[in-house]
Design a protein around this ligand. Structure first.
Ligand SMILES: [Mg+2]
Length: 251
């Protein structure tokens, strides 16, 4: 009498996760670095006396405005162009620049975007780690507009490596809503417990994924506080500080 058995697909051992899902910005794609480069470029075109201290402070202010207004977009308070206009208006107000029309603010933002695009790149460890995971099925879940996120994915050479890209702008729900994690799992035809998700935001990404039933991993590139690490541990989230640590976690 033979024991009932099962076929293990694609050479994977039982228990080894086969579907690996990633956040895009600040996880695979070096968003922060490109934002900083873009902000510095537009700043240097303003009538500002050259000062590293001032430039650092203004780049930090640009990042704070992005966080503020992009979050308003993700929560539905502003539409996509609205968050761009708000960032442009708030950033330039201290320089006495006032956009009379929405179109003027959008045009200035497009100018910034040109500099941001010029700096698009992945992290130094991204491609080697994705290469090490080439026998897995890879996907992306991103909070943003699908077309814009796909443009980054294509421009940086990531596109051929990923089977599915799920963007909140098209899907209608943003991370950490469990529905977007479940939609990604459904696209791959797996249950959440068979998928892993890696992202740079503790709550939005790693705890959100864990609460949705996936294995959540937090990539802490900036250096977590002890409170963050305690919360990650209490939430059942694994913490890595570089993508290079990922393959060893997924065996
Ligand atoms: Mg991110």
């Amino acid at each position: 009498m033979s024991m009932p058995g099962w076929v293990v697909e694609s050479g994977q051992d039982e228990g080894v996760p086969n579907v690996i899902l990633f956040d895009l910005d600040d996880t695979l794609f070096a968003h922060r670095e490109a934002v900083n480069a873009g902000a510095l470029s537009v700043l240097r075109q303003l009538d500002v006396p050259p000062s590293t201290e001032l430039e650092d402070a203004e780049v930090a202010r640009w990042t704070e405005l992005e966080e503020l207004h992009y979050t308003r977009y993700l929560t539905g308070d502003l539409d996509y162009l609205g968050q761009r206009r708000a960032r442009a208006r708030d950033f330039l107000a201290p320089y006495g620049v006032e956009f009379v029309t929405d179109a003027e603010a959008e045009t200035w933002f497009e100018h910034y975007l040109g500099h941001y695009r010029d700096a698009w790149d992945v992290y130094p460890d991204t491609m080697s780690v994705l290469g090490a995971l080439a026998d897995r099925r890879l996907g992306i879940i991103t909070n943003g507009e699908l077309d814009f996120q796909l443009a980054k994915i294509a421009a940086t050479g990531l596109a051929p490596l990923f089977e599915h890209v799920i963007a909140s702008g098209e899907f209608g729900f943003t991370k950490p809503d469990a529905r977007i994690f479940h939609a990604a799992c459904a696209a791959f035809g797996v249950t959440p417990s068979d998928a892993v998700y890696i992202g740079d935001r503790l709550h939005t990404d790693a705890i959100g994924a864990t609460n949705a039933g996936l294995r959540g991993i937090w990539i802490d590139r900036l250096g977590a506080t002890p409170a963050d690490l305690a919360e990650a541990e209490a939430s059942g989230v694994s913490v890595i500080t570089s993508l290079a640590e990922l393959p060893a976690l997924l065996v």
